[in-house]
Design a protein around this ligand. Structure first.
Ligand SMILES: Cc1cc2nc3c(=O)[nH]c(=O)nc-3n(C[C@H](O)[C@H](O)[C@H](O)COP(=O)(O)OP(=O)(O)OC[C@H]3O[C@@H](n4cnc5c(N)ncnc54)[C@H](O)[C@@H]3O)c2cc1C
Length: 289
């Protein structure tokens, strides 16, 4: 199918893009990589009056390290992130997660801002944003605001962004040197959206676990931060018993829905199994670094 008719605008600046969004009063859509939006248009599931193309705004694509954070312009392509040395050194969890996003041609167009704005609960980037306590910088006619995961994601494919707001930057705190990490997911075919995915990060302190971070993809309408599973590890360390207890706790914390791809019970079980796998691999990486 072909998309319905729409106006097309190619603003040169973010301010111009915001002015266009404002002018269309909620009837315009931003176009980033188009990898989620174009299928929605082609299937006529979305019928915007206008597309406001962010691709001409070159200043929205960058990766910078600043005061302990890695900052990504919203239009930074997933493929640029996948092959970035700074990201590999400072955010290896993101490098690993990026390789699991779809297929290479899709990553060549898809952007970090588009992925977070699209808010697919099965996507990898929302889980990483949640686990690492990152945030997005959003600009609109009323100025800028910064949203963490809990404020950004509302439900399936739904965020708290206003129709006249643009994500301009994504910020992730650099991971501690020597941190362990793993993104484990289960999907039917390589490159498919995950049935469930788990983002994990561990920072050790001798035999103890100073910091544990766990977040889900695909286990509910929004990514879930598995805080009380993390607390088990921070309290009891990284023994086999503690890892198993944290994995069991993770499954208790999620409330997935059933759909044509998997039942809620299966997703809960996947949450337990993948949390255990992610923690064991993160621990092995931590001990080898
Ligand atoms: C076959 C296939 C498989 C895929 N598999 C995966 C997968 O396994 N994991 C995964 O994470 N993704 C997957 N994707 C989605 C892919 O990662 C998309 O690139 C991503 O979800 C959207 O990014 P985009 O830049 O293409 O955004 P677009 O498609 O251009 O936009 C998506 C939505 O976000 C809005 N938007 C875009 N940029 C901004 C911004 N800066 N501020 C505010 N709103 C904005 C748009 O208006 C639109 O509503 C897959 C896609 C396809 C086609």
């Amino acid at each position: 199918m072909k998309p319905p008719v729409f106006d097309y605008h190619a603003p040169a600046t973010v301010d111009e893009a915001i002015a266009l969004l404002t002018r269309y009063g909620g009837e315009a859509k931003l176009l980033a990589g188009g990898q989620s939006l174009m299928p929605l248009l082609n299937f006529r599931l979305s019928r915007p009056a206008a597309l406001v193309d962010l691709n001409p705004i070159a200043s929205l694509a960058y990766i910078r390290e600043d005061q302990g954070e890695i900052r990504f312009g919203a239009m930074t392509r997933q493929r640029t992130i996948e092959f970035s040395d700074v990201v590999r050194q400072r955010l290896p969890l993101l490098t690993e997660a990026t390789a699991l996003v779809a297929h290479l041609p899709i990553r060549t167009r898809g952007t970090i801002g588009g992925s977070l704005a699209h808010a697919d609960p099965s996507a990898e980037y929302p889980a990483v944003l949640t686990a690492l306590e990152g945030s997005v910088v959003v600009r609109g006619p009323r100025g800028e605001r910064r949203l963490g995961s809990a404020d950004l994601f509302q439900s399936y494919l739904t965020t708290n962004l206003q129709p006249d707001e643009v994500i301009v930057e994504v910020r992730l705190p650099a991971m501690a040197a020597g941190a362990g990490f793993a993104f484990e997911e289960f999907s039917r075919r390589h490159g498919d959206f995950a049935l469930v995915g788990i983002a994990a990060m561990l920072v050790g302190d001798g035999e103890r676990c100073r910091t544990a971070r766990l977040a889900t993809a695909g286990a509910g309408p929004v990514p879930v931060r598995l805080r009380s599973a993390e607390e088990i590890l921070e309290r009891d360390g990284l023994s086999e018993a503690a890892l198993d207890a944290a994995a069991r706790r993770a499954a208790e914390l999620v409330e997935p829905d059933s759909d044509i791809h998997a039942s809620a019970a299966y997703r809960k079980n996947l949450t337990r199994v993948l949390t255990g796998r992610a923690l064991r691999r993160a621990m092995a990486i931590m001990r080898s670094r």
